[in-house]
Structures are given as C-alpha cells and as structure tokens.
Design a protein around this ligand. Structure first.
Ligand code: FAD
Length: 284
C-alpha cells in the first residue's frame, strides 16, 4: 500500500520542530530515519498530515563526552553508534547493541531517538539503556526535562513522551562492565529475547547490578530479582549462574507469538542473561 498524502517540512532547529508540531494541532509527526514510521504509514496505521523532518537539525546527531557523561544526540544513526571509537572504549555495550540492529540499510537510516520514541517491544536499545541507567533528555514547549530509562518505558509502544515533545538525546555514564546479548529474529534481527547487564564491581564483589530485558514482554523492563541475586556477591561464575537461573521467573505476561512461545522465551531469558553477565564480568 502507499501512504495517504502528506506535506513535508524540514525543521532547522529543535525550537523550529516544536513550533511546527504545535502549529499542526497534533496532526503532524516527526520524521527521523523513517524506518518505523514509513512502514506504519504504508499500512495506513499512521496518517500524519505533515512529516517534520528532524534528521538534519544541526547538533541533533553526534556522540561526545561532557562532564563525565557520554551524550548521544537523538538523530544519531545506529551505524554511528556502532562505529563510535569513544563508545567502543567507554561503553562497548552500546556499540554491540547498535551493531546487531537490523541490516546496514536500517542502521544507516534509523536513529536512537526514533527507536526510543517508537518503543517497539522487540527493540534493542531499551534493554541496554535500562542497564546503563541512562537519562533521556526531552524538550517540549514548557522547556527541558530528563527521564530515567527505568521510568521511560511504560507499556506496549508507550513511553513517557508527549506528542508535542522531542527527544533531544541520551546521557549515559561510561560503563565498561556492561554487555548486551540477544536471540534475534532471523529476518529482521529484532530481539526475541535481548538482555543487557551492567555490573558495578569493587574489591572483587558486585556492589550493584542492573539488568534490562527486551523482546519478551510488552515493553523493556529491569530484572530486579536477577539484580538482587548479584548485589553484594563475589564476582564469580557461580554468582552469575545462580543469578541467571532466576531470570524470567515471576514474569507472567511473556509474549507468545509466531517467533517463540512464552515458555521458550522464559528459557532463553536465562540463557541470554548468563551470556550478558559473563561478558560484563570479562569487561570488569
Ligand atoms: C527491516 C527492519 C529491521 C529492523 N530491525 C531492528 C532491530 O533488529 N532492532 C531494533 O531495535 N530495531 C529494528 N528496526 C527498527 C529501526 O531501528 C528503526 O530505525 C527505529 O525503530 C526507528 O528509528 P527511526 O529513526 O527510523 O524513526 P522514525 O521511523 O523516523 O520514527 C519513529 C517514531 O518516532 C518518532 N520520533 C522520531 N524521532 C523522534 C525524536 N527525536 N523525538 C520524538 N519522537 C521521535 C516519530 O515521529 C515516529 O513516531 C528495524 C526496522 C526495519 C524496517
């Protein structure tokens, strides 16, 4: 199918994009990489009257370190994340996440901000942003606000973002002891189960752990029982095996679809939690 007709406008700044969004009275949509929105428009599941292109807003794409944090602009493509030397050195989990998204065409066009706003339940970034305790920076007509990843992902295609707001970027602290592991759908590479783990290690013990899960349920979430099984324990293979063994327990709303049953997903959550934790441990 082809989309319904629409107007196209290119925003020159965040404020320009906000003004254009406001003027549309809710009928316009932001366009970043177009790799989630355009398919929806072709199916006529989304029928915006205007597309406001934010992909070329100066400064909205890019990765830099500032005041001890890494800032990634919303219009940064998956390819730019995957090929960032800064991230490879300081936060390899983000690089390995971006590397596994879709195919080269998807990675060349798709953006971090678009992925977060769209919030596909099988998207990869949400798990790793939960594990990295990332902050999502958002601009609206009322000004700026920052939302923790743990508060951002709220439900099926539902995030803490209003239609008249724009994600400007994501801030993460450098984190070497972190990793992402996923079982991917063979055609699209979306996560059937994706697990990201980040470990804070001090004197051979795990002082804190964060584990994010995607692909398995309506939205990405932290695995608090796994985190509790890791905190305060020695950083060892035995600790990891014991923690991974409880991953997925207690989740009663796991997806069951043509790709995998809920029970298969539950088994794979344990497998991929173990893999993510083992890689994070090796990087500690
Ligand atoms: C074949 C294929 C395979 C894929 N495989 C994977 C995969 O393996 N893993 C994965 O995670 N994803 C995958 N994707 C999704 C891909 O990562 C998309 O690029 C991403 O979900 C959306 O990013 P985008 O920049 O293309 O956003 P767009 O499609 O342009 O926009 C998506 C939505 O977000 C809104 N939006 C965009 N930017 C902003 C912003 N800065 N602030 C507020 N709202 C905004 C838009 O208005 C729209 O509603 C795949 C997509 C395709 C087509």
């Amino acid at each position: 199918m082809i989309p319904t007709s629409f107007d196209y406008a290119r925003a020159t700044s965040l404020d320009d994009a906000l003004a254009k969004l406001g003027a549309s009275g809710g009928s316009a949509k932001l366009l970043a990489g177009g790799h989630s929105l355009i398919p929806l428009m072709k199916l006529r599941l989304s029928e915006p009257t205007t597309l406001i292109d934010i992909a070329r807003i100066p400064g909205l794409a890019g990765i830099k370190e500032k005041d001890g944090k890494i800032e990634i602009g919303a219009a940064t493509t998956h390819h730019a994340v995957a090929s960032s030397a800064l991230l490879r050195e300081k936060c390899a989990a983000l690089v390995e996440t971006a590397e596994t998204i879709g195919d080269p065409q998807v990675r060349n066009r798709g953006t971090l901000g678009g992925s977060l706003a769209h919030a596909d339940p099988a998207a990869d970034y949400p798990a790793v942003l939960l594990a990295l305790d990332a902050e999502i920076h958002i601009k609206g007509k009322g000004g700026w606000r920052a939302v923790k990843a743990s508060d951002f992902f709220q439900g099926l295609f539902t995030v803490d973002l209003q239609p008249d707001e724009i994600i400007a970027g994501v801030h993460v602290k450098p984190q070497k002891a972190a990793a992402y592991a996923k079982l991917h759908q063979r055609a699209s590479h979306f996560a059937i189960v994706g697990v990201a783990a980040a470990l804070e290690v001090s004197g051979g013990s795990i002082s804190a752990a964060r584990v994010g899960l995607t692909g398995a349920s309506t939205h990405a979430m932290r695995l608090s029982n796994v985190e509790a099984a890791l905190a305060g324990k020695p950083l060892s293979d035995a600790t990891i095996a014991a923690a991974a063994a409880v991953a997925g327990d207690g989740l009663d709303d796991l997806n069951s679809d043509i790709h995998a049953s809920a029970e298969y997903r539950r088994s794979m959550i344990k497998v991929f939690t173990k893999r993510a934790l083992e890689t994070a441990k090796a990087r500690a």
